[in-house]
Write a protein that binds this ligand. Structure first.
Ligand code: HEC
Length: 124
């Protein structure tokens, strides 16, 4: 009973205040429906690599990975000379799919990295 009262006192006004403050501008809405930035830079792809790759491609690399992917230079070099994009684009079950052992990256993340390459592999 006490907990329920506390919840009513704190949580319900909180929910109301959150909703009353959120005003979606046109820019917000556009951002939600079009998540790929106009020019993709390393800053946009770094979080994907950090989340899916650096368990092995750390510095120094682990689990038999041949190189690290912890910096802009590393990742750029791997796109240019180590077939990074084709390794992440393979189908589940194909030999050499990265991240090794899966799961395959979401297609939107793969597309973002492809777009980064198309945009010239910029750092910022
Ligand atoms: C569980 C460990 C592990 C994870 C996670 C992992 N890799 Fe790898 N990676 C390896 C190993 C081991 C090799 C070397 C053997 C091979 O090529 O299959 C490798 C090789 C590669 C190569 C080829 C290097 C070369 O010179 O031939 C690329 C490119 C690569 N990984 C990219 C990635 C990317 C990008 C991710 C994240 C999306 C990732 N890896 C996640 C273990 C991993």
């Amino acid at each position: 009973m006490k907990i329920k009262q506390l919840r009513n006192i704190f949580v319900i006004p909180l929910i109301f205040s959150i909703f009353s403050c959120s005003q979606n501008t046109y820019d917000d809405i556009e951002e939600e429906t079009n998540p790929i930035p106009e020019i993709v830079t390393y800053q946009d792809v770094k979080y994907i690599i950090d989340g899916a790759c650096i368990a092995c491609h750390s510095n120094p690399p682990q689990n038999g990975a041949p190189m690290s992917l912890v910096s802009f230079e590393h990742v750029k070099e791997a796109v240019q000379n180590r077939d990074l994009i084709s390794k992440i684009s393979k189908n589940v079950g194909d030999n050499g799919l990265m991240p090794l052992g899966g799961p395959r990256l979401p297609q939107s993340s793969i597309d973002l990295i492809i777009e980064w390459n198309n945009d010239g592999l910029l750092e910022n």
